[in-house]
Design a binder for this molecule. Sequence first.
Ligand code: CA
Ligand code: CA
Length: 286
Amino acid sequence: MNRRRPRNLITGTIVGVALLFIGGQTIHALAESPDGTVMRADYEDGAKNSGYADIGLNECCTPRSLQVVDLARTGDHAIRSQLTYGDAPVNGGVRAESHTVAMDPSYFDSGDTAYYGFSVYIVSHWQTDSREDIVFQWHNWPDACEASKVPSAFLTIQPTGQWRLRVNSDGDACSTPESIDKTSFDLGAVKPGQWNDFVFKFDWDHGVDGGIETWHQTSKSPGWKSVLSATGPNTFNDDPTTHGYLKWGIYKPAWNTAPTDVDTRVLIHDNVAIGDSFASVDPSVG
Ligand SMILES: [Ca+2]
Ligand SMILES: [Ca+2]
């Protein structure tokens, strides 16, 4: 018997992603589409929440922090995140991010399997920095017995110029900084001046049944390559009333306390997707 529990909204009743026209706004009704896509933020409607009422925005400064722009992976629009040293903290940190903390279908729990896809454009004049940049997070909210804790996984750009996926896990129900196991995986070189496409398959598990598969390509060198196949714990032992959710944009933890070698960061994200298959989240099509 496969103990793995598919996300109910990924493999559950197919009812389609309906577009509702409410009060002059097009709102995506969150449900699984026939192709298995749960969410796909493509920004083609020109809105910073891509028409999803439950996509939240962490921005200190409008309109600079988060803007819909016409440099797109597909279609005509994507979301640009800009962070500048000295930006006021938002939600406890220096960040310019979109998130799904209020979007139930985006949630993941230990035991779930889900695919995630997105494309991120690295500007051609990108400079390596002395400290990492976080461009995508699979975050969580803490149990009642815990303080706020690190994400289950997050994708970073390292001072080495490499993509690195950092993964945190804990089999203990009540995590402490000392009880959390931390690991990381290098995923290859960051390619400036082009779109970097990623697909991740997560078998979320705080025990040995966890797994991560990652594929990468760029817009100038199309052709998906497997860059990670890992097994083992990759999330937390959390109360079923808490969940994991997504964040994308730029988070720069170092700037919470001190400057680094650069003072501004810009990234553009497009086709941020959750689904039940590689094809359902492929950020290079659509
Ligand atoms: Ca787009
Ligand atoms: Ca816990």
